[in-house]
Design a protein around this ligand. Sequence first.
Ligand SMILES: Nc1ncnc2c1ncn2[C@@H]1O[C@H](COP(=O)(O)OP(=O)(O)OP(=O)(O)O)[C@@H](O)[C@H]1O
Ligand SMILES: [Zn+2]
Length: 717
Amino acid sequence: MSYVQVMIEHEVLSLNRPFTYFCSFPIQKGCRIRVPFSHRILMGLVIEVSETKPETSYEILDAIEAVDEHPLLNGELFDLASELSKDSVSSLMSVFKTMLPAAYKPASKAGGEVFETWLIKDPIPEDELQRLKLTKKQKEIYEALPLEIIRSKARKEFSASIIKTLEAKGLLRLESKLKTYQLVHQKKLKQPPELTESQRMALFAIEHGDHRPFLLHGVTGSGKTEIFFRLAQKALEQKKSVLLLVPEISLTPMMIERVCSRFDVPVLVFHSRLTKAEMASEYQKALLMDYGIVIGTRKAVFTPFKNLGLIIMDEEHDSSYKQDNTPKYHTRDAAIFRANYWHCPLILASATPSLDSYARAARGIYQLVEMERRISNTVSAIHLIDMKSERNIGGISVPLIQQIQKRLERKEKTILLLNRRGFIPVMKCASCQEVLLCEDCGIPLSYHKKEQALVCHVCGRHYPVPEVCPNCHKRNWSVVGLGTERLEENVRDLFPQAKIVRMDADSTRTKNAHEILLNDFEADGDILIGTQMVAKGLDFEKVTLVGVLQADAALVRADYRAAETTYQMLEQASGRAGRGRYPGEVYIQSYNPEHYVMQSIVHHNYLAFFKREMNYRHLGTYPPYIYMASLVFIHEDPTLAYSMADQWVKTLREQGVNVFGPLELSMRQKKSRIRILIKDKSIENLRNTCWQVAKKHHEKSRQVKLEINVNPMMLEE
Ligand SMILES: Nc1ncnc2c1ncn2[C@@H]1O[C@H](COP(=O)(O)OP(=O)(O)OP(=O)(O)O)[C@@H](O)[C@H]1O
Ligand SMILES: [Zn+2]
């Protein structure tokens, strides 16, 4: 018998506190529990268990039942959750739900096919078997059955009716077991290569460093992965686990392959494409694992460990490390927390570190380790193509076409980057200039040829293509702009013999699609066309040419990080060429070749870019010089949302807070969104202000939704 503190399943801030229940059954902290709550039965998570009755002003009700036998979260993860909740200004329950695999979320409706039924053949004395009088067929099948088998499999492979009979006669016992998966195939192990001089120096610096996080700034192709592996090897030798974070699902297959061909230890994988049951199975394995390697995207940072010895965050600059929806946490912050908890090294690695991280390294908050040479010892030549004067066919400049032709003749490979999917980015009427917009979001729709549909790239809604313009009723659609789907067609027209592989959000919807496409390209592909996902991490020896189309498209965004993200994308894309024996060349098509982003790329000069960009951030008072939070008020009625935002601007201004807005953003799902921005030199002050708004807003209005983003990675328009 005990008293338990329970956080109930709802994520709202008004319920962001524990409720007390009386518990007549055994339960541990970190288990889910069913409890009565205002005339309903809800699921919750036990955050404390005590023998003594706590002081409460309300009647203590009886909890109904335990859902888990063993805790899903340990003490460390509880502490991490409470820190992330405070820091991201979101409810503790929203953090728990993000941490746990979907199948284990505390939610009444949760569940899923995580368990499957097994048949167990317990030993039975011969005379007992005689007494049951089995037919010849029944006996045959009984004897043929293995000691343990999944029930559905047994029914399919043998006879469903006979299996049923054997169950009824008590010869087969039913047992419910967690579905497990062998996601990773073991391969022959590879021997580690001899380290280069610059790798040895970097490794030495890390092994002789102190407790602060490391920022490993190594140019593309400098062999950072080998550094990870040497460090991992040491941790594993001490029987400690290694957490290896990668930004995007597209990078996991390559990393899994590399890890599995080096280490003969358990490897667990977490990413968003796993099914509910696979995710739950990996999580259960982690709870039981003594030591091993965990590879994964954002969510992997919440893996439970018995003993963690090393955290690596590869491509640390990538914006997918920040979660878009509540809780809007950054994986880096969670990684820093865990490294502190386990007193283990944290390696933030990138060829193009985020400005935030590099600035921190400059101030000594991180330890900077640099690798300036590529393994191949080559430097790719960067050619800027001025599209204002250069002739092009289907969006590809003549010099780039000539280079692709050369690669085809030499049986080398080309990567073409165009960061826009679909066929035509904007559907426009050539007669009246009408642009077709998403009804829910108010942003232009893209034409996707294969699907014969107009698609909103924000909400994903599909629309049929109208015969005529809804405005002027003429049939005169203009085909302006270029998406990856159309680029593929154009390249096919130019090089009909080439084998082309296209990788973008449309071609990678299905499970394992990334892996299949990349394998295709590596095997016999000539040209890989894709969005920013082809710019990252790929390591193919035969790629000697990279072409970037519309390199400055992303520069025109109003976001304060537009230059930074463009720089990172271009430098990363350039880095895919010339990684092996053959030197690489990069062709960047730009309308603005004098821009400092383009110039820094040409000269492979990160530091020049960093200094210039920091200067602009200083002038505009943007991060990393200050901290920033965006508060978005959301409602169908724009005037209601606006007045709410406007009141807060006035109130905060009276308190001396540095606040900007209100500003109307594009709609989402037919709802208006009004944003205010807060800037502060102190992150604590900024968070306090946000919490103050969040709590008061909640008391004042339940109708207008408020979304808070502390340290947003991007400011939308
Ligand atoms: N010491 C070494 N000797 C020979 N080859 C090596 C060595 N270290 C790494 N390599 C090879 O060099 C290539 C580039 O290494 P790696 O992929 O680790 O680069 P990286 O620094 O992660 O680059 P990026 O930031 O572009 O992803 C790989 O094919 C790797 O196998
Ligand atoms: Zn939309």
